[in-house]
Design a protein around this ligand. Structure first.
Ligand SMILES: Cc1ncc(C[n+]2csc(CCOP(=O)(O)OP(=O)(O)O)c2C)c(N)n1
Ligand SMILES: [Mg+2]
Length: 356
């Protein structure tokens, strides 16, 4: 006997096309101020990125991971969180810190090499930058399970890159989140690259790519978790999918995996040279799909965008960021900081090193 036990499918959502036209049936009901706030955060993220890159080039901060081109994924999802929802970032979602209320200076202190930049005030609901890829999946799942046990009506939002989806931690985290029906939402920032490893396989005989799976979203199906793929350069699609997933999570209806399809139009970090492995034509094609332009066109059509407002936003972003740079450069890190923020309580080994 042979029969099909089940068939699975993965839904894809795009609300705004590249010309900024919206699919009216899917358009979220956001007020004009909320739409403008989404755009403002994206402008701030882009300005932050430009300043951080310039500081790195001047030797004023260390290696830096740019986020230009991925703003819709970061801003759309974090904008959907409630104040007390906890965000678990990796290392490219700089704006998530700012949106959740962390002082901007902390980011410059961190990327300048001081651990205490990640000593974030408790009222900013975000965990520190997570460099070991995929491990934050466990933190996000575990925190969500704890929220559930404590009967708190808050959810977690965890970001992972496409490479994280190949780590054991990612799969363990997803399984735990599903088994415990945890109020957790996981965002895969599929920017098509893991340093020089492409997301999609071209050489089908021998590795050299991240995954043979057609989508990364479908990995959730293996754990009995709802999953969806969205256009990660469409801030409205990212917002809508995340909002629905977070509401579902808070209602006790379990976790969701959202794959946001975007593209890394910058080098992996300032230490990388993508011209050695990236195809220029593909890069240029993706640049046309970048998220700010299409949202600007959408807002313009709604009479919510003017050149004057753009200039005011850029001036505001510059002021905020320049002030943060000043504060970060006036900050004097203490020697013990490199030991103090590794764990909540210092281990005997760290204590020995600190006193050594
Ligand atoms: C556990 C672990 N293995 C290897 C690395 C080295 N590493 C740093 S970034 C990176 C690629 C990550 O790619 P992706 O998750 O797609 O995120 P992206 O950098 O594209 O945003 C790797 C392998 C690491 N940081 N952590
Ligand atoms: Mg990637």
């Amino acid at each position: 006997m042979e029969r099909t036990i089940n068939k699975f499918s993965v839904k894809y959502i795009q609300i705004l096309d590249e010309k900024g036209n919206a699919d009216k049936r899917l358009e979220p009901k956001l007020k004009p101020e909320q739409l403008k706030a989404l755009y403002r955060w994206m402008v701030i993220e882009r300005a932050f990125d430009a300043t951080a890159l310039a500081l790195q080039r001047e030797g004023r901060i260390g290696t830096y991971a740019q986020s230009t081109g991925e703003e819709a994924t970061h801003v759309g999802s974090v904008f959907a969180t409630a104040e007390n929802d906890m965000v678990f970032p990796d290392y490219r979602e700089h704006i998530a810190f700012i949106m959740k209320g962390a002082p901007i200076k902390n980011l410059f202190i961190h990327w300048g090499g001081s651990e205490d930049g990640m000593a974030i005030p408790d009222n900013a609901h975000i965990f520190p930058v997570c460099i070991p890829v995929g491990t934050q999946t466990l933190h996000g799942a575990g925190f969500a399970i704890a929220n559930k046990l404590k009967k708190e009506k808050t959810a977690t939002l965890t970001f992972v890159g496409d490479a994280s989806t190949s780590t054991g931690d990612f799969h363990e985290g997803l399984n735990f989140a599903a088994v415990f029906n945890a109020p957790a939402v996981f965002i895969i920032r599929n920017n098509h690259w893991a340093i020089s490893v492409p997301r999609v396989c071209t050489d089908l005989d021998w590795g050299g790519c991240q995954s043979r799976a057609e989508t990364l979203a479908q990995k959730g199906i293996g754990y009995g978790m709802d999953c969806i793929q969205v256009d990660g350069n469409d801030v409205l699609a990212v917002y809508s999918a995340t909002k629905q997933a977070l509401e579902k999570a808070r209602k006790g209806d379990g976790p969701t995996l959202i794959e946001c399809v975007t593209y890394r139009i910058t080098p992996h970090t300032t230490a990388d040279d993508p011209t050695r492995y990236q195809d220029e034509k593909t890069l240029k094609a993706w640049m046309q799909k970048e998220p700010l332009k299409r949202f600007q066109l959408y807002l313009k059509r709604k009479k919510l965008w003017t050149e004057e407002w753009q200039r005011a936003l850029e001036a505001e972003a510059k002021k905020l960021i320049d002030q943060a740079v000043k504060e970060a450069e006036a900050h004097k890190p203490k020697r013990d900081d490199i030991f103090s923020f590794v764990y909540a309580e210092m281990t005997p080994e760290l204590e020995r090193q600190k006193n050594g």
